[in-house]
Design a protein around this ligand. Structure first.
Ligand SMILES: Nc1ncnc2c1ncn2[C@@H]1O[C@H](COP(=O)(O)OP(=O)(O)O)[C@@H](O)[C@H]1O
Ligand SMILES: [Mg+2]
Ligand SMILES: [Zn+2]
Length: 511
């Protein structure tokens, strides 16, 4: 007997409806054939489905089972098709009656018949709403992801057995209540608070500016000067995501399986810190069926690249497109896929491989060749796309001890965050009507005339700096954007010369 069950495949950040056709014949050579999916995924899938059905106390007699996932030309991976296939087999065997309203079934089966966390459930729910599908059956562990989508009944399924009982009408599964958007994902505290970091006032101020305007920032200093600590503390001064941003981020987190069990919408701004050994695909995205990389996981948040020059040359080169366009394009025969990647880059580096170049106390042991190779990575196109450049010298140990014995604490992250939120609010209002621009760093040059007006004095100062330091046009525009953020933090409508002067401090080092 033939049964059709609806489910969903994910391609890029899009969910696509698929039809799972299952035919079970008592006659013929006992076999389990599956078409429409890559053979390796298919083999694993068959084992899971077969064993899960047997462990659910269903008499799985030797039969000829044929499964087709249509459309066949849509590349498919993942493990969400286990559930619709199992349901199709059971129905074809006469164990279930599937003549009912169309619904989506989705989820990976364990060998014991329980359902595992499966990626992409949020996108499935969004598609269900678009397609007018009323009911979806997904693993309980990720059902909360779906429950933020209004108008769709989400049935959280624990196991194949509980689904069978539900579909037979023996024991109903209660659909989840729609989760209100305000419901937050468990709060992940940043490791460091700015209050714990003594001194480093310039670096803290620069990070506050970067977080306020979404600017890329680069920090250079000897080992132990606190670069890693400062960067990680930045997670604690970022404002939460707006509702619109939250939906964008949740899609990416859902498709990469990064929403923890029970979690729903992502409200905290992402803070990603991939190690320098991360592969190019891991960083940028890709694969035969394209997956988002770290740059997309950092969308609307921070991408922190510690030990920046240690990243492979190819990886650094590949950062250019997302830094410029705010997205990553991946071409495949099935069509090109674009993943959003509008992140704020925080990069940190030692001045040379050993770290002590220019240090007064310790000697640098690197060869000229090593130093040149290292610094070559710190020049050119990537550095050109970084708004704030900063030297982070080590804080004097005596001052550290003095400060701590006096009990003088630096300003806490939560206070700094309040100013960042305020500055972002100014920007939200400013860019209310401009598509795809959320903060000052997102502005294109054409926006500057309207949104970043300089006073006469500010203009004069900027012109002098351009001539004196021989600044490039790109640097010039970036300076204006940073000045805009500094003015926003000061609550100033126009950009004055003091704002430009401060912006220049974070720039001229490398010119
Ligand atoms: N300004 C500071 N205030 C408090 N602790 C500091 C400071 N600078 C460095 N430290 C201490 O030194 C350690 C090393 O700092 P780290 O951020 O790893 O330096 P870097 O990344 O520049 O090599 C920190 O974990 C912290 O314990
Ligand atoms: Mg470090
Ligand atoms: Zn060195």
């Amino acid at each position: 007997m033939l049964t059709k069950v609806s489910s969903v495949a994910n391609y890029g950040l899009k969910a696509v409806e698929i039809e799972v056709e299952v035919n079970v014949a008592e006659k013929g050579f006992p076999s389990f054939g599956i078409v429409g999916i890559a053979s390796k995924s298919g083999e694993e899938l068959k084992e899971r489905v077969k064993t899960a059905i047997i462990n659910t106390d269903i008499d799985f007699r030797p039969m000829k089972v044929t499964v087709n996932l249509a459309p066949a030309d849509l590349p498919k991976d993942g493990s969400g098709y286990d559930l619709p296939i199992a349901v199709g087999i059971l129905s074809s065997m006469g164990e279930l009656d599937m003549t009912r309203e169309k619904a989506y079934f989705y989820g990976e089966l364990s060998l014991d018949g329980t359902l595992r966390h499966t990626r992409g459930v949020f996108l499935l729910a969004v598609l269900a709403k678009e397609q007018g599908i009323k009911n979806i059956f997904v693993p309980r562990l990720c059902a909360n992801e779906a429950s933020v989508v209004e108008g769709v009944s989400v049935y959280p399924v624990d196991s194949l057995k509980s689904l069978i009982l539900h579909l037979r009408g023996a024991k109903k599964i209660v659909p989840l209540e729609t989760v209100i958007v305000e419901e937050v994902l468990s709060d992940i505290r940043p490791e460091f608070d700015f209050g714990e970091i003594l001194g480093q006032e310039t670096a803290k101020r620069a990070l506050e500016i970067a977080a306020s305007g979404g600017h890329n920032i680069f920090m250079m200093g000897p080992p132990g000067s606190g670069k890693t600590m400062l960067s990680r503390a930045t997670a604690g001064i970022l404002p939460d995501l707006s509702e619109r941003e939250s939906l964008e981020v949740t899609k990416i987190f859902s498709i990469t399986g990064n929403i923890p069990a029970g979690g729903s919408l992502i409200r905290l701004r992402p803070f990603r810190c991939p190690h320098h050994t991360t592969s190019l695909v891991g960083l940028i995205g890709g694969g035969s069926i394209p997956h988002p990389g770290e740059v997309s996981m950092a969308h609307r948040g921070v991408l922190f690249l510690d030990e920046f020059p240690e990243f492979g040359r190819n990886s650094l080169e590949a950062l250019r497109q997302p830094l410029e366009d705010g997205s990553v394009n991946i071409s495949r025969s099935a069509g090109s896929i674009s993943f959003p990647a509008q992140f704020m880059l925080v990069a940190a580096a030692n001045p040379c491989p050993c770290g002590f170049l220019g240090d007064i106390k310790k000697e640098c042991h690197c060869s000229v060749h090593q130093i040149m190779n290292y610094q070559k990575k710190l020049s050119g196109p990537i550095m050109d796309r970084i708004d704030l450049h900063l030297n982070v010298p080590a804080v004097d140990i005596n001052k550290l001890m003095l400060d701590s014995t006096d009990g003088i604490m630096s300003e806490k992250s939560k206070n700094i965050k309040l100013r960042v939120i305020q500055a972002r609010e100014v920007q939200r209002k400013r860019f209310d009507k401009v598509i795809d621009i959320h903060c000052n760093a997102d502005m294109k040059n054409v926006h500057l005339k309207e949104f970043a007006k300089l006073t006469t004095d500010a203009n004069l100062l900027l012109k002098q700096a351009v001539n004196k330091f021989n600044l490039s046009a790109r640097t010039y525009f970036r300076l204006i954007k940073v000045s805009r953020t500094i003015a926003d933090l000061a609550g100033s409508l126009n950009i004055g010369d003091s704002h430009v002067a401060e912006a220049l401090q974070y720039r001229v080092r490398n010119e």
